[in-house]
Design a protein around this ligand. Structure first.
Ligand code: CMP
Length: 228
């Protein structure tokens, strides 16, 4: 029977291969911390020596562009982690991380996390796989930000969100909990109005269907080919 306290660790993909007693061990290495919506968890440029795993809630990873506008690099939810970069390379925090909802996080300090990677190589391998995936997404975002036209930028954000949150079924992708249009604009490096305009255009052109907070890309492969 799963241990009540380690329940949340069981849902963390990088710990998925571990046994109950190993999860119990990890539980003792860290502390649980609560954050309110809007709280800063990690500040860009500060020195950082801890990794965070999201127990509940959501966070966004942000950097400021030259004009002081926020650019969202990624959004994470339960089971995902952040703060590994400065922990691994000893440099300053690469970005800020802000709680976008009330959140509970599990924090592990550098020394303990490095010990854990030595003791459980499967965690290190999963971590590397996740970092490779994040690099792929960052490559997509670089491409998206370098695109001149609004359609391409907004389409790329939809493709990134599909990878992150999408449910793939019969050639369609359903994104159930579409982020706020302002957040999508900050991911795409464009304005909220442009996001709204492009979503309506995609809908008129039959590429997507929208209902409330739910968006469906009607033919994922075709959409991808058109804009990627
Ligand atoms: P760290 O640099 O310690 O603190 C900020 C964290 O944000 C970083 O570790 C990563 O966990 C996360 N992060 C930074 N850049 C990206 C990105 N492009 N995509 C996803 N996560 C990122």
């Amino acid at each position: 029977m799963p241990h009540e306290d380690t329940g949340f660790l069981r849902n963390v993909p990088i710990f998925a291969d571990l046994e109950e007693r190993e999860l119990d061990k990890i539980l003792k290495l860290g502390t649980r911390q609560k954050y309110k919506k809007g709280n800063l968890v990690v500040l860009e440029q500060e020195s950082g020596a801890a990794l965070f795993v999201i127990i509940s809630g959501k966070v966004k990873v942000v950097r400021m562009d030259e004009d002081g506008r926020e650019v969202i690099l990624s959004m994470f939810g339960p089971g995902e982690f952040f703060g590994e970069m400065s922990l691994l390379d000893g440099m300053a925090r690469s970005a800020s991380v802000v709680a976008t909802t009330k959140s509970e996080l599990f924090m592990i300090h550098r020394r303990e996390f490095l010990d854990l990677l030595h003791e459980f190589p499967t965690v290190a391998i999963s971590l590397l796989a996740e970092l490779a995936m994040r690099l792929r997404k960052a490559d997509m975002q670089i491409k998206s930000l370098s695109l001149k036209d609004a359609a391409g930028r907004v389409a790329n954000v939809l493709l990134m969100l599909s990878d992150d949150l999408g449910i793939f079924r019969k050639g369609k992708v359903e994104i159930e909990d579409l982020p706020l249009q302002q957040d999508m604009a900050n991911m795409a490096g464009t304005s909220r109005e442009t996001v709204s305009r492009m979503l309506h255009q995609f809908e008129r052109d039959g590429h997507v269907s929208m209902k409330g907070n739910r968006l469906i890309i009607n033919d994922y492969e075709a959409f991808r080919k058109l804009f990627l």
